[in-house]
Design a protein around this ligand. Structure first.
Ligand code: PAP
Length: 336
């Protein structure tokens, strides 16, 4: 993989106001308006950029795309994949600035396809990256070029999703933190309103069930090229996931590395505790949507646990969402 340190990228942001946003159905509620494009709710200010991806992103057969539903552990997956493929290039185990994961937020190290601003993910910069490329997206498969999923010559995809109640709670906290003034307790959206929209599928890159199902079915169709992961398994056994991921990426840990603990060091380096302690992740951040919102990197490291929904959702809410999940995933083989 040839991922050099990409400039700043974050999929939920861009300063431009979209022309398309004025023509397509749009809803307020989250920290920025959402626009429905091809059955997917996108941040309105990003619609034009994402519309361009399907026609103008040129997938290569040796690309690896880290695809995630938002708030599923993208930051973690990017850190792990970057550390794995670059373990012989950088001294990732060193304490000094030579370690990119110490100097930059992991979201910056693997560019989001088609996200302009700060250069890293706009389509020209992606096209200029040497092969093999390590890329990322929050887009559903239906908004990526068909060549990504071609039976022959399609890309390898690592998909990561998360138990929906935890994903919802993470989303709610994150959106509120993006609002300027949130330090004073101002909320972009109250929990009940956020929950109603989540259950309608109206969240960034939602409906979540369509997102999960598209990649789930693709993993059944092309099991050797699509690795389907859940946040919960990363939490339960990160070492197993790191080893599987390395093998999937074509750079398995050799016996000598395992006996020297290199795989364990990757797990440690990418852990919530280690990453959230780095200065850049404590104090760094970026403005987005023309300065209307601010993403502090610390907001990408909130709790990092499974089951935190119980501290925020009522039993009624949990039952309602569980029932929705059962209904939407019925017969698919995907369960939570
Ligand atoms: P994104 O959708 O903006 O790309 P993403 O990284 O997918 O963000 O999700 C953030 C969640 O992953 C947070 O969950 P929480 O709100 O429930 O706490 C964050 O804490 C969690 N996360 C980020 N990095 C790690 C990590 N290294 N280990 C475990 N969880 C992590």
């Amino acid at each position: 993989m040839n991922n050099v340190q990409a400039p700043e990228t974050k999929q939920e942001d861009s300063p431009e106001n979209s022309m398309a946003a004025t023509l397509l159905p749009t809803r307020e509620g989250w920290s920025t308006p959402l626009t429905l494009y091809n059955n997917c709710w996108l941040r309105s200010h990003m619609v034009d950029s994402f519309m361009a991806v399907r026609d103008n992103f040129k997938p290569r057969h040796d690309d690896v795309i880290l695809a995630t539903h938002p708030k599923s552990g993208t930051t973690w997956l990017k850190a792990m994949a970057f550390a794995i493929v670059n373990r012989s290039r950088y001294d990732l185990l060193a304490d000094g600035d030579g370690n990119p994961l110490r100097a930059q937020n992991p979201q910056r190290l693997v560019p989001f396809i088609g996200v302009p601003g700060h250069g890293g993910g706009d389509l020209a910069a992606i096209e200029a990256m040497p092969s093999p490329r390590l890329l990322a997206t929050h887009l559903p498969l239906s908004l990526l070029p068909p060549a990504v999923t071609a039976a022959t010559g399609g890309c390898r995809v690592v998909y990561l999703c998360r138990e929906p109640k935890d994903s919802f709670v993470s989303r709610w906290h994150f959106d509120n933190k993006m609002v300027k003034g949130s330090q004073t307790g101002a909320h972009a959206i109250e929990l009940d309103a956020a929950f109603a929209m989540f259950c309608e599928g109206c969240t960034p890159f939602g409906p979540f069930w369509e997102h999960y199902l598209q990649y789930w079915r693709e993993s059944l169709r092309r099991p050797r090229e699509v690795l389907f992961l859940r946040y919960e398994e990363l939490v339960a056994d990160p070492l197993r996931v790191v080893r599987d991921l390395a093998a999937f990426l074509g750079v398995p840990f050799i016996d000598e590395e395992e006996s020297n603990g290199v795989d364990r060091e990757v797990v440690r380096l990418c852990s919530f505790e280690t990453l959230s302690g780095f200065d850049v992740n404590k104090n760094g951040g970026v403005e987005r949507a023309g300065g209307k919102i601010f993403i502090g990197y610390s907001s990408l490291f909130r709790r990092g646990k499974t089951g935190d929904w119980v501290n925020h959702m009522s039993a009624d809410m949990a039952e309602k969402l569980d029932a929705l999940v059962r209904e939407k995933f019925k017969g698919s083989g995907l369960e939570f």
